[in-house]
Ligand binder design. Sequence first.
Ligand code: ZN
Ligand code: ZN
Length: 389
Amino acid sequence: MPFTDEIVTAVDRLSSTLIATSRFLHQHPELAYEERESVRHLTSLLKAHDFEVIDGFAELPTAFVAKAGVDDASATIAFLAEYDALPSLGHACGHNLIATSSVGAALALQPYLHALRGQVLVVGCPAEEKGGGKIALVKAGLFADIDAALLVHPSNRTEIFKNALAMRALRVEFFGKASHAAAAPHLGINALDAVVLAFTNLNALRQQLRDDARIHGVITDGGRAPNIIPDYAAARFCIRALDLEYLHDLHRRVLACFEAAAKAAGATVAIHEEGEVYHPMKCNRALGALFQANLEALGERVEQTPEDQELGSTDVGNVSQVVPTIHPTIALTDQPDVVCHSVAFAEAAGGPAGDRAILLAAKALAMTAVDLFTDPSALRQVQEEFRHA
Ligand SMILES: [Zn+2]
Ligand SMILES: [Zn+2]
């Protein structure tokens, strides 16, 4: 394929800059919607390489769009950058690597975009871990004129296709009446009992659910002192399923569990939706096959596991419903029990394993964009699959 050698060499030439960027993000972890330093660092690098940068998008100050290439392009490819970290664990999801590999692919392609007749976007996507920044970007129409969206997530395995669970997050509050827990319990209404009953109801519901359904929660407020009947208690839950129809059915049944719990305790209940609905992943096989061929040409072994197992949820799912998308993973360690959201994973993301993943991912991402710019039949196949899926 023309340009492949040039692209691989370009990533290698950028390697010290990319590794320094990844390490900087790793050493300055920022939570969802607060990724100001990270965004400043990434956008200044893109500007220095002649990308036109829009700071902020869809009322998200830490979103950005960086663009380079020709206007009448054969294709417009978006590399998605995530850069939020986790409370207390730092970059234990390795989003420093996602951001850097997407930026790296774009920088490597930039000098060749005129010759390739291509246009490249780096879409800065805040808040993957909480709230789902990409959902706002989708709703604002950012992906309307894009031919394909790509990003690589670090993992404990290198694989191309993985589904994602649709998800809704809920916050529930129960209101009771305080009273002396020993002298006058009969005058109180116990809001904590309502939370406990809600968990009991959900545990019963779980037995009747499909295997892919998940309900999990934490108690965020359980009262203030054992000698006061709690007049207020609260909890947060996530509910997940492989498809939206079942998710919404599950949602209806979960609300019934909360309402029944309130009724039994004599409390009142307020239920709040938290954030937007996460959609499942629509995997684009044709696009994934291009990426896989490039990854294997670079010497990486792909180890595809069942696509509907060991699933989380991601706002990339919402992107995948409006534009052909892939969300492959690259192994950060060869130890299968080092999974993301762990201390060991955070350490790997800031060390040599992370550096390897960035360079490999940036090369395979850029090579896949070259395929789409130079091979109209490959692009057509990706688009046809998306339309008919
Ligand atoms: Zn994560
Ligand atoms: Zn992640």
